[in-house]
Write a protein that binds this ligand. Structure first.
Ligand code: GLN
Length: 486
């Protein structure tokens, strides 16, 4: 098997036992990037030199007999909304086109401590707003299964790169589905952890009460390996959980007997294509054959989640994005004699793309006095009801199974002119963010060769059960062995 086909878990072992050097592994993936990047455009920045220097340093440490850590020598890509000291962080926006953060995000520090090698920063929908990566100011990313289709979004670059074996692992961020939806479209495993499990320090804020960073991989085991590295308390994020972190890979026992999987009927309506619904129900049958019991549950408020999200997320975004004013950092556009208001207005008009401006307008409107109670407050109240629906469902089961997306990956340009159709791509993922729960997507079928994603949703902080069920399913089926042909 070629190095680029190996899992992150295998690579870490082979490197630590010196079967292969960090430099060889890094160079193998860099060559793969070079060969496939012209078709895919998964990266905004490839950090070739930095990666090679880092790999050589790690090899030198190995030669001294040191242990490199759980991700020792494993190449990895980061969504370009995660701050990296000395490497540009653009958010795929003209506003931050030349921005270099003065510090590393918490997760970047963790990855370095654990021995990972950063190969670059990946493309996204501008400021993580979108579902196709077409909103990037630097051009769209393509789906490695079919180059005429979108990889999903907003973590489309981070997902396409893993599916195409340009890297074995990456990090994305998920505010309403941006890890799970592209994972479904690209046939990867994508996990959104419980809100607060992974520190958001150094993640460029979109909607702070919803944003979470999570792993993207080609297997559940690799996703667990990466989650282990990034989970855990950080005092620099006030919402960071202090709960003890279990051993996630130890949870992958393959034994799911006696666990209950809930099927929320409401997630199978709302435009879900028959091929997708059928594949998910087949996956549930597979879980039953592994000894799980299936129960029907009801989530009556879930259908309102999308509407609520498009009040809450733009409201928070309008506040978070107020900092890009041309004064402190980012793009500055001004004519001589302009006052600060004119400068801010010109900088924002030139720096932000259409979708971002659109959301700022919705958000400021929803938060303005006179409308706050009718929109923002109401949406927050409905959010509480959604959470209660999940609480009630989890009294009857241990995990929920739903489609990740209503359809398989759609053609580039297909929904660009239809914002409502684009937003419906997240109808099954958004309720999970509203409730702060952990959820993952993994491949469970195909339609005309394109992957279909199964979404498993877990109890708060119960990533272990989620990973255990996903791993058992993966081991019992062949879907994860299919490869994109790019
Ligand atoms: N597609 C959703 C949006 O456009 C979710 C994005 C995300 O999770 N970052 O807001």
């Amino acid at each position: 098997m070629s190095l680029t086909d190996s899992s992150a878990t295998q690579l870490a072992k082979q490197i630590q036992s010196k079967e292969v050097s960090c430099r060889e592994v890094t160079d193998a993936f860099l060559s793969r990037i070079e060969a496939t990047e012209p078709q895919l455009h998964a990266f905004v920045t490839v950090t070739q030199q930095l990666a090679q220097t880092r790999a050589d340093e790690l090899d030198a440490r190995l030669a001294r007999g040191e242990s490199l850590g759980p991700l020792g020598g494993v190449p990895l890509a980061l969504k370009d909304n995660l701050c990296t000291k000395g490497v540009k962080t653009t958010c795929s926006s003209k506003m931050l086109e030349n921005f270099v953060a003065p510090y590393d995000a918490h997760v970047v520090e963790r990855l370095r401590e654990d021995g990972a090698v950063l190969l670059g920063k990946t493309n996204l929908d501008e400021f993580a707003m979108g579902s196709s990566t077409e909103n990037s100011a630097f051009g769209a990313t393509r789906n490695p299964w079919d180059l005429s289709r979108v990889p999903g979004g907003s973590s489309g670059g981070s997902t396409a790169t893993v599916a195409a074996r340009q890297v074995p692992l990456s990090l994305g961020s998920d505010t309403g589905g941006s890890i799970r939806q592209p994972a479904a479209f690209c046939g990867c495993v994508g996990l959104k952890p419980t809100y607060g499990l992974v520190s958001r320090y150094g993640l460029v804020a979109f909607a702070s009460s919803l944003d979470q960073i999570g792993p993207i991989a080609n297997s559940v085991e690799d996703a667990a390996l990466l989650l282990q590295s990034i989970a855990g308390h950080d005092r620099r994020d006030s919402t960071s959980s202090k709960a003890p972190i279990p051993d996630y890979r130890a949870a992958l026992t393959g034994d799911v007997r006696g666990l209950k999987v809930g099927i929320p009927r409401e997630f199978f309506g709302q435009g879900v294509e028959t091929s997708v619904a059928d594949a998910v129900m087949k996956a549930v049958d597979e879980l039953k054959s592994l000894g799980m019991e299936a129960v029907e549950v009801s989530m009556p408020t879930a259908e309102h989640a999308l509407a609520c999200y498009y009040i809450i997320a733009p409201s928070e975004a309008s506040s978070n994005l107020a900092r890009y004013d041309g004064v402190k950092y980012g793009l500055r556009v001004a004519n001589p004699g302009d006052d600060v208001i004119e400068m801010a207005a010109k900088s924002r008009a030139a720096g932000f793309g259409h979708e971002v401006q659109h959301r700022i307008m919705i958000g400021t409107h929803a938060l303005s006095s006179g409308f706050y109670d009718a929109y923002y407050l109401k949406a927050q109240q409905v959010r509480t009801l959604i959470r209660r629906d999940f609480d009630a469902a989890f009294e009857k089961c241990d995990v929920l199974a739903t489609p990740t997306t209503p359809s398989v990956a759609f053609p580039l340009g297909d929904k660009a002119g239809d914002p409502m159709a684009m937003k419906l791509a997240d109808v099954c993922t958004i309720p999970v963010n509203m409730a702060g729960l952990p959820a993952l997507s993994l491949p469970c079928g195909s339609q005309d060769k394109l992957p279909i994603g199964l979404q498993l949703i877990g109890r708060l902080l119960d990533e272990s059960t989620l990973l255990r069920v996903a791993d058992a399913f993966e081991k019992a089926t062949q879907w994860h062995t299919r490869r994109a042909e790019v």
